[in-house]
Design a protein around this ligand. Structure first.
Ligand SMILES: Cc1cc2nc3c(=O)[nH]c(=O)nc-3n(C[C@H](O)[C@H](O)[C@H](O)COP(=O)(O)OP(=O)(O)OC[C@H]3O[C@@H](n4cnc5c(N)ncnc54)[C@H](O)[C@@H]3O)c2cc1C
Length: 211
């Protein structure tokens, strides 16, 4: 039997409702303000928030009307791992949701802040820290093309790449690529594990990292 509408066939959660106190976002911004001296950018202008609150979901006629209203109340653009942890802690302390964003090329609305809150835009953490013949270490906002260019002189390349690899980030591909994180830990496509380790910053009231 055919479903009555495209929406019925695709029960993606609609935008909202916000569960956090809007004043809590202002408190997060205030707590993070001193970090601006070290390069953290906090974007509050409506046009900046609107632009960064969408990804490539507009490929989908189903998602486009459903996600159009989603908008972060604050966009944080860190340049260090410590700033990522500080944003995570400030939000967790005040129960404000965080949505992660890489290059925003995901086409299912994965980087859209459905319930507002803070958008954590990761392209400022873009350093490829090392690349040798058999492994690389990169910050989450590093573009995949940068990694491949550094591996090329060693005669190797990444096992998996999206067609958006010139724009897309390693963090966005691991978290949101077509296979998600599964291929990176060897649980998909029958290939050996690709990832040797991650550093995770949990949504936790005290700044912390899990290695
Ligand atoms: C034309 C086109 C072709 C595409 N082709 C492919 C393809 O061949 N294969 C494929 O897999 N995908 C493809 N995609 C989807 C997308 O481009 C890729 O999955 C890409 O790797 C996403 O990377 P991004 O940096 O843009 O991530 P984003 O779109 O910014 O984010 C993707 C997801 O990852 C999360 N995220 C981002 N950064 C982090 C982080 N640091 N920590 C935790 N979570 C994070 C976001 O919250 C979101 O859920 C295509 C998209 C388009 C528009």
């Amino acid at each position: 039997m055919r479903p009555a509408s495209a929406s019925a066939a695709f029960p993606f959660p609609s935008v909202g409702p916000r569960r956090h106190d809007p004043a809590a976002v202002a408190a997060v911004a205030q707590a993070l303000t001193p970090l601006q001296a070290d390069g953290l950018r906090l974007l509050v202008k409506p046009e900046e928030r609107r632009r960064l609150s969408r990804d490539a979901y507009d490929y989908s006629p189903v998602l486009t009307p459903k996600l159009a209203a989603a908008e972060a109340e604050l966009v944080a653009c860190p340049v260090t791992v410590e700033q990522v942890e500080a944003v995570a802690a400030a939000c967790a302390q005040r129960r404000v949701p965080i949505t992660m964003r890489g290059a925003g090329t995901g086409n299912y609305g994965q980087a859209v802040p459905l319930q507002g809150g803070v958008l954590l835009a990761m392209t400022g953490l873009r350093t490829l820290r090392s690349a040798t013949g058999d492994r690389f270490t990169a910050e989450a906002g590093c573009r995949l093309v940068v990694i491949d260019e550094a591996l090329a002189p060693h005669g190797v390349e990444q096992r998996l790449l999206p067609s958006t690899y010139r724009t897309a980030t390693i963090g966005g591909f691991v978290a949101g690529g077509s296979g998600g994180s599964a291929p990176w830990v060897g649980a998909s496509f029958g290939i050996p594990a690709t990832c040797w380790g991650w550093r995770l910053s949990p949504w936790s009231p005290s700044p912390a990292a899990i290695n």
